[in-house]
Ligand binder design. Structure first.
Ligand SMILES: C[S@@+](CC[C@H](N)C(=O)[O-])C[C@H]1O[C@@H](n2cnc3c(N)ncnc32)[C@H](O)[C@@H]1O
Length: 260
């Protein structure tokens, strides 16, 4: 039974992380292929490309490098189509793009579409954590992007992932499911847009594992900045609801003061 909170408001949904079916299907499994196509429609309904693109623009305002391409990494990129859609609204100069996922799902057409925008994409097939803790020759990324990815991790594990990623970037943007009753109700209805059984199950699991309030900021390596008390901190975190069903997290590293 849901007992109303002190102000009469209903209590928050508890965060529950369960393994999603799609993550355990082979890339060429027909159900997985169909579910990934469903994901395109789900992202469209959520307005994910617009929300992510806007958050990326916010994160990079006044931070574009000069004299070299912008270095962007997407973690848990899937087939790359969502970032491709988000990039359409960005007027950025050349981007050196790394697309990382445990499965190799980005096809030639997607890479070519990125290339027509000046985004030169390479793929990395790896577990994010193994990649992040491995000794690396990669230069630091200007921006790390995640869409429908961070919610796969329990809090402890997510804190480890963020701690491993933070030293390797100057900004991180994530767009995740919002763990609220409206989104949960909508997740039960994805069958209405033709989603298959895998997507119908994973949609509900995703919302249950989603985020609200300042939950991701609290796991960022320097939570003091998340509380709005970031003076002197290396990082600033912002976290907010977006659209009806999304939750955005932005972390930016403080820029070095110009030398006199
Ligand atoms: C829900 S899909 C989102 C894909 C894409 N970002 C999008 O919005 O369409 C999550 C993706 O994360 C990948 N993934 C899950 N756990 C991972 C891990 N530990 N390391 C790397 N990729 C992972 C899955 O293979 C899957 O492609």
């Amino acid at each position: 039974m849901n007992v109303p909170g002190p102000g009469g408001q209903r209590p928050q949904l508890p965060r529950i992380v369960e393994a999603e079916t799609l993550d355990h299907l082979e890339p060429d499994d027909p159900d997985a292929q169909r579910s990934r196509r469903d994901l395109l429609r789900v992202n469209r309904v959520m307005g994910a490309a617009r929300i992510l693109g806007k958050a990326m623009r916010t994160a990079m305002a006044g931070r574009m490098p000069s004299g070299r391409p912008l270095r962007v990494l997407e973690i848990g990129c899937g087939d790359g189509d969502l970032l491709l859609a988000a990039s359409a609204g960005l007027r950025w100069p050349t981007v050196d793009l790394t697309l990382l996922d445990r499965q190799l799902l980005v096809d030639f057409e997607t890479r070519r579409a990125f290339a027509t925008r000046g985004w030169l994409a390479r793929t990395v097939t790896a577990d994010v954590m193994q990649w992040a803790i491995a000794p690396s020759h990669w230069p630091r990324f200007d921006l790390v992007v995640a869409n429908l990815f961070l919610h796969h991790f329990e809090a402890d594990r997510l804190a480890d992932v963020l701690e491993a990623i933070a030293p390797r970037c100057d900004a991180l943007v994530a767009c995740e499911p919002r763990r609220v009753r409206l989104a949960l109700a909508a997740s039960h209805l994805v069958g209405a847009i033709g989603a298959n059984a895998v997507t119908r199950k994973d949609a509900v699991l995703s919302v249950r594992a989603g985020f609200v309030e300042q939950e991701i900021s609290a796991l960022w390596p320097q939570p003091a900045a998340a509380a709005g008390n970031g003076a002197g901190s290396e990082w600033q975190c912002r976290e907010y609801p977006a659209g009806l069903f999304s939750h955005v997290f932005i972390a930016t590293r403080a820029m070095a003061a110009p030398t006199a």
